[in-house]
Ligand binder design. Structure first.
Ligand code: DON
Length: 317
């Protein structure tokens, strides 16, 4: 049945999540075998491809989940949402003088635009942009990683840790990220030792979280910047809106248009197979399945979020 939604009403489908989620799990199981687990970071390649989880954290009702919702996975680029949040909170200079806010239309680890654009990354969610964010955090915080882990643990409601094996694997194989950091250093857009910046970046990508924890931790983006669990303000209202806008336009890299077209909510993905979605004023969701498409986005993850918005009638449009 067609559902039309008033922004101020509870979404009709949200009350039916208990039956919608198992149905989604069943539907996406048909996609097993379609994606490829990321293997350019060797520690990620060991995760079984058939894993799947979907966690939904509605603002006004209890969390719901299906599948491997309490298995931790490497959050990878989803960490870029948390580091941007921390930089918006704590960096006092003009962050947007150092990082753009346009989609790149290129793969997440591309170097090409930097050369023509004076070392200013297109946005904070491609690798180059997140590396500049890590540099900003080193400017304003004594121990950025500690502050990040503390913030994320508080938002997730449980202690979150860096997976040391993944971090090491990233450091050993991160040639493109080193290139990005050094190229930007050459342009003057990295102010610290590139190695120190990359240490923060590799560690943030290696945070291990469950889909339940991620769905809960990002509640502030659905709730005008206030963490729904604690009632504490994480970002100003306008900052939360802007993070959502960047997720919609840049959160899934060169697939952002396809995500907006098919899913129609702000999303952020990671090569660990996680993808989070925000429906402002309604809910946050996190899907996880390690099989990726050619743009580095989880095949089942995107399909699960597409089913979720279709079946609940939720959208930002
Ligand atoms: O730097 C990298 O390549 C990885 N640590 C993170 C990339 C990533 O998750 C892109 N997401 N789809």
């Amino acid at each position: 049945a067609e559902i039309s939604l008033d922004r101020h009403e509870a979404a009709p489908g949200v009350g039916q999540l208990d039956t919608i989620l198992p149905r989604i799990a069943e539907e996406v199981s048909g996609l097993t075998g379609q994606g490829r687990v990321a293997d350019y970071i060797p520690a990620l390649a060991r995760v079984p491809a058939e894993r799947f989880a979907l966690s939904v954290n509605p603002l006004h009702s209890e969390p719901v989940h299906v599948g491997d919702h309490d298995t931790t996975f490497s959050i990878q680029s989803i960490s870029k949402v948390f580091t941007l949040t921390l930089a918006l909170q704590r960096f006092e200079g003009d962050l947007w003088a150092r990082i753009g806010r346009e989609p790149s239309g290129d793969p997440f680890n591309s170097l090409v635009q930097l050369e023509h654009e004076e070392g200013i990354p297109r946005n904070p969610f491609i690798n180059a942009g997140a590396i500049v964010v890590a540099d900003l955090l080193l400017t304003c915080l004594e121990d950025p990683l500690h502050e990040l882990v503390t913030m994320v643990s508080k938002l997730a409601g449980s202690k979150i840790v860096v997976d040391g094996e993944v971090a090491l694997s990233e450091a050993e194989t991160g040639y493109r990220n080193r290139s990005l950091a050094h190229l930007m250093k050459g342009f003057g857009n990295i102010t610290h030792d590139p190695q120190d910046v990359l240490d923060v970046y590799f560690a943030q990508c290696s945070l291990a979280m469950t889909s339940d924890q991620l769905a809960r931790a990002l509640g502030y983006l659905a709730n005008d910047g206030v963490d729904p669990a604690s009632g504490e303000r994480v970002l100003e209202v306008s900052q939360a809106r802007r993070v959502n806008a960047l997720m919609l336009t840049c959160g899934t890299y060169d697939a952002a248009g396809e995500f907006a077209f098919r899913v129609g909510i702000p999303c952020k993905s990671g090569v660990g197979g996680g993808v989070v979605g925000i429906v402002p004023h309604h809910l946050t969701a996190c899907a996880w399945s390690p099989g990726l498409d050619a743009t580095g986005n989880s095949v089942k993850g995107r399909a699960a979020l597409e089913h979720l918005v279709t079946e609940t009638g939720l959208s930002v449009f």
